[in-house]
Design a protein around this ligand. Structure first.
Ligand code: MN3
Length: 388
């Protein structure tokens, strides 16, 4: 029996993970969880799965929980995330389904406790990839991706020699605005942006898909997960989201992984790899329902955020943090109706180009520096330093 420590239980990935824990209850038990503010859903989870430890974002909610469940161990904030990642139990596995840079800290806690991390929190690798992969190596633990593209690549390169790989081809659906021109993006609304054509996901990642920041993040994620240079990782537009990514080998063979657009599969493969055993939670792909598959080049003028991501990695270790923090703050402002859709990329670019941040790139690259810069950039963007 494996004891699951699940960070971000009430989010989209968290809930789909719980579907699988329920289905495979003779192999997995929910032992510790964290959630943000959604106490209603958290209560449903606690009543159904009876975890031993529960952490939430704020102290106030934790006190409410303690009243409702006097025998439950309860925590909150960053300390609570650490306690979930390090929760003392037999055969622990840590699943990080948090959203945003807040996910880095518990990932590091888990690795230092010699625990493999099942990672849906891509920001961990975007901002801390260099440190996290080194730390994982030193502690002999694995980082296993829960992201459909990276799961596809993991499935495809299994048992193949890495030196035979010519390139990784990461597919992109194009997000909610893929059929619009840049001019048509000028006045799009939050509701428009939240309508993803292929995937049902949380708000943050749906907006990141619309701006294609998500794809930029995923290139960086692939770079660290598979230890491949960025020059060998290419994005491609594939609007059907049937092929979840491809691996091209030196002899010209291109392998593709196809499946329905359902995160249960990447979560299940992460947990049970290299097994491809059946899950009732995964809808099989009906090939006769696919009319055709399309592929096209990604235009960097139409989707500048992808190039910003690649540039940030080239500019210096701290720049992906500047990219991520400015983006997180912008998505927050956009969802609150305070900035327009195209302001997101404009502000992210302005943050990357801001001369005042250059000094951080001269300092030794540490986790503490990441947290410091994250705070500064977030504050600057939220206070309107780069305009609104
Ligand atoms: Mn993805």
């Amino acid at each position: 029996m494996k004891n699951v420590c699940l960070l971000g239980a009430t989010g989209s990935i968290g809930l789909q993970t719980l579907d699988l824990i329920e289905e495979f209850s003779d192999e997995y038990k929910l032992t510790a969880i964290s959630f943000g503010k959604n106490i209603k859903v958290a209560k449903e989870i606690i009543d159904k799965f009876h975890p031993l430890y529960v952490s939430c974002m704020d102290e106030e909610v934790s006190l409410e929980l303690k009243k409702l469940y006097p025998y439950l161990e309860v925590g909150y904030g960053d300390k609570g995330l650490k306690e979930v990642a390090e929760f003392k139990t037999d055969n622990p596995i840590v699943i990080n389904a948090l959203v945003g840079s807040v996910g880095l800290y518990p990932t590091i806690c888990a690795i230092k406790h010699h625990r493999d991390v099942y990672l849906a929190n891509k920001e961990t690798l975007v901002i801390g990839g260099k440190i996290v992969t080194k730390l994982a190596e030193d502690n002999k633990v694995k980082i296993i991706p829960i992201d459909s593209e990276h799961s596809a690549i993991m499935q495809l390169i299994h048992n193949h020699d890495k030196k035979d790989i010519k390139r990784l081809i990461i597919t992109a659906s194009g997000g909610s605005f893929r059929d619009r021109t840049r001019d048509e993006l000028e006045n799009v609304t939050v509701d428009d942006a939240l309508k993803h054509p292929n995937w049902k996901m949380g708000a943050k990642i749906t907006i990141d898909s619309a701006t294609m920041m998500n794809k930029g993040f995923e290139l960086i994620e692939a770079h660290y997960l598979f230890d491949m240079p960025m020059s060998k990782i290419v994005p491609i537009l594939h609007k059907e989201s049937i092929i979840h990514s491809m691996v091209e080998f030196n002899d010209g063979s291109i392998f593709a992984q196809m499946a329905s657009s359902d995160m249960h599969l990447p979560i299940k493969y992460a947990l049970m790899n290299p097994s491809h055993s059946k899950s009732l939670n995964i809808e099989p792909l009906d090939l006769f329902n696919i009319d055709s598959l399309h592929f096209s080049k990604l235009d960097s003028k139409r989707y500048p955020m992808i190039s910003y991501a690649v540039e940030s990695l080239e500019k210096g270790d701290i720049y992906p943090t500047i990219l991520n923090s400015s983006n997180e703050a912008c998505v927050k402002l956009f969802l609150e109706g305070k900035i327009k859709f195209l302001d997101i990329e404009r502000i992210v670019k302005a943050a990357l180009d801001n001369k005042e941040y250059e000094k951080y790139n001269q300092l030794p690259f540490t986790i503490d520096l990441i947290y410091e810069v994250d705070k500064v950039v977030r504050k600057d963007v939220l206070e309107g330093k780069f305009g609104e």
